[in-house]
Write a protein that binds this ligand. Structure first.
Ligand code: IMP
Length: 192
């Protein structure tokens, strides 16, 4: 079965393909010649992942899934959340985003946060939603050079290293995205 992952990132697609049997063929937006910038105008992760999956389902009539991720910080009432990529501005600069979070949390003792990934799968016109969460806290300063986004300031619960101080394998064993994808893969393997 052909399944479109609503992303242009072929590495993300390869990672998922490696976790599935040959019964599933994962295609990216590039593979289906979808060059449109799909609007992500919702105010929730659920809404944006649905918008992306629905766009492919409506315009290409193919089974499809899409993901959306955000960092939700307790003391900031869940911000940056759905605005994580562009928290400090439309240029989507990770350093500026982290600096803004650190300055907003200056002198704040509650540093609890979580990463949340939502996946919407539209399979045979039915919509299924999966979620992956990792809880942790925001570090006092940036540490580590691996990873991307907010990795240098996120420490998973019960651990001491930030995501950016871990190897990719260490991060992938526990990450929000990995957990959400595991849920979808279990569903694809068992429920259809
Ligand atoms: P996306 O929905 O995967 O594009 O993620 C939106 C934004 O959330 C990214 O631009 C990053 O700022 C942040 N983000 C998502 N996943 C991670 C992660 O695993 N580590 C750090 N930041 C992340």
């Amino acid at each position: 079965m052909k399944l479109v992952f609503a992303t242009h990132n072929s590495n993300k697609a390869k990672e998922i393909q490696s976790l599935l049997t040959d019964d599933f063929q994962i295609l990216t937006l590039t593979d289906i010649n979808c060059i449109d910038e799909i609007p992500e105008t919702s105010e929730t992760l659920e809404g944006n992942s649905l918008l992306k999956a629905q766009f492919v389902s409506d315009n290409f009539n193919l089974n499809c899934f899409a993901d959306d991720t955000g960092l939700e910080i307790d003391a900031l009432n869940g911000r940056p959340g759905v605005y994580s990529a562009r928290y400090a501005g439309e240029e989507k600069n990770a350093e500026a985003n982290m600096n803004l979070v650190l300055s907003e949390l200056k002198n704040e003792s509650n540093r609890k946060a979580l990463f949340r990934t939502v996946i919407t799968l539209i399979l045979n016109d039915k919509t299924n939603v999966f979620e992956g969460i990792i809880r942790g806290e925001i570090a006092d300063e940036k540490r580590g050079t691996d990873g991307f986004g907010y990795d240098p300031i996120f420490i998973p619960e019960g651990q001491t290293k930030t995501f950016a101080e871990m190897t990719l394998a260490e991060k992938n064993q526990q990450s929000h995205r990995a957990r959400a994808f595991e849920e979808m893969i279990d569903f694809l393997k068992n429920d259809i």
